[in-house]
Design a protein around this ligand. Structure first.
Ligand SMILES: [Zn+2]
Length: 135
């Protein structure tokens, strides 16, 4: 076994550098660097899940959320601006999907997709905002 000057042997270092986990069950994988699964059972599980209906539902909703976020990012490069629901909708914004809401103390509700959000104003107008904090 090869030993390095600092006293660690090669196996210890390789574990520290590239501890990989199974894409299906998350267990630590030992063996070849390109190995992605513990065994064939985990590989089959993972591939079946990729093609399952529930996975497709999650993927489709994630895509809607990411598109909503991207549209608000495009329309709001400065971090705060006004636009209209019509303009957002024309770019493909889907108002049914958001990641969370934020209620202010004076009773306003912001609708967020990740760090970008909007506050409905009078009529068709909305205020676009960006949250800098991480909660
Ligand atoms: Zn596994």
């Amino acid at each position: 076994m090869q030993t390095f000057a600092n006293g660690y042997d090669f196996d210890y270092l390789s574990v520290m550098i590239q501890e990989r986990t199974c894409l299906d069950c998350g267990s630590v994988i030992h063996g070849r660097a390109d190995k992605k699964f513990c065994n064939d059972l985990c590989r089959n599980n993972y591939n079946n899940q990729l093609n399952s209906d529930s996975y497709n539902i999650i993927r489709n909703i994630n895509n809607i959320l990411k598109r909503n976020r991207r549209i608000m990012e495009e329309l709001n490069p400065a971090g705060k601006t006004k636009t209209t629901r019509e303009r957002m909708a024309s770019k493909g914004f889907n108002f049914k999907y958001l990641t969370h809401k934020y209620d202010t103390q004076n009773g306003k509700t912001y609708h967020f997709c990740y760090e970008y959000g909007y506050l409905p104003l009078e009529g068709d107008e909305v205020l676009l905002v960006k949250r800098e904090d991480k909660d």
